[in-house]
Write a protein that binds this ligand. Structure first.
Ligand code: FPP
Length: 245
């Protein structure tokens, strides 16, 4: 697997200070819309929940591969504010899976230097899940290799409105997360679905047909390599054009 130093960082310069987020990131911020669990399961004659279960393994693979690819912040869309519209059985199953992940993975996160946190509303989550989030955040707080952010009951529009009302125009950028460098969506869909709308203002996007349960470390590596081939100009002009301008 290519190491982060081989991949280079020519595309990591941001647009400036508009949204440095809570703290400066030393590597890339990659955000993933993990899509296709249901279709993957249905195509195999399995219940949708089987797709979510296998999707957890893909989460583990991505978290494990991220630091070696130069990723210092990884934000995963685990449950959107609109996912409450799903059948109650699927919602409870997703909550159980998330709770399970939080309790099962905490020790592994601590051992691997992963700091786990969540973004999104907590007031509508089952109190048991909120306790597990708080516990995982406390125990993994010392992690320095990767900041893993799980978006749970998350809506970018809601987060932006909240940040504006708490911080005003001046303070809202600091209340939202760091700018996204690379946004990946699996399953062939090409939309943002209310995910990190502010933070993705200059994100490079990679859409892959791969269904989330099959997303492997080499898929993440390929997306990062694609990112490094892009020329990010942040509204300016390419460095090579400056000399001839
Ligand atoms: C979208 O696929 C996926 C979700 C709504 C849930 C994502 C959850 C996981 C990957 C597992 C739990 C997460 C963590 C972080 C432990 P979909 O079901 O909408 O797929 P479809 O479009 O094919 O129906």
């Amino acid at each position: 697997m290519q190491r982060s130093e081989d991949l280079g960082h020519r595309n990591n310069g941001g647009p400036g200070n508009i949204n440095s987020g809570n703290e400066p990131a030393t590597g890339m911020h990659v955000a993933i819309i993990m899509d296709g669990n249901g279709r993957w399961a249905r195509a195999r004659g399995l219940p949708r929940l089987a797709g979510h279960r296998v999707g957890v393994e893909a989460v583990r693979r991505a978290v494990e591969a991220a630091p070696g690819l130069g990723i210092s912040v990884l934000t995963l869309y685990a449950f959107s504010a609109d996912n409450w519209r799903r059948p109650p059985r699927e919602v409870s199953a997703l909550m159980r899976l998330l709770g399970h992940y939080l309790t099962q993975e905490t020790a592994r996160c601590v051992a691997n230097g992963v700091r786990l946190e969540t973004i999104g509303r907590r007031d509508r989550l089952p109190s048991s899940v909120v306790r597990m989030i708080e516990d995982a955040e406390r125990k993994t707080g010392g992690g320095t290799k990767l900041r893993l952010r799980l978006a749970i009951d998350y809506s970018a529009r809601h987060a932006i409105v909240e940040a504006a009302s708490r911080g005003g125009v001046e303070g809202m950028a600091a209340l939202l997360g760091p700018d996204v460098d690379l946004l990946i969506r699996t399953s062939g869909e090409q939309r943002l679905s209310d995910f990190l709308l502010w933070e993705s203002a200059y994100a490079e996007m990679v859409f892959t047909p791969r269904m989330w349960p099959e997303f492997a470390a080499h898929d993440l590596e390929a997306a990062v390599a694609e990112f490094h081939r892009r020329d990010r100009r942040f509204g300016g002009i390419a460095t090579s054009s400056r000399r001839t301008a």
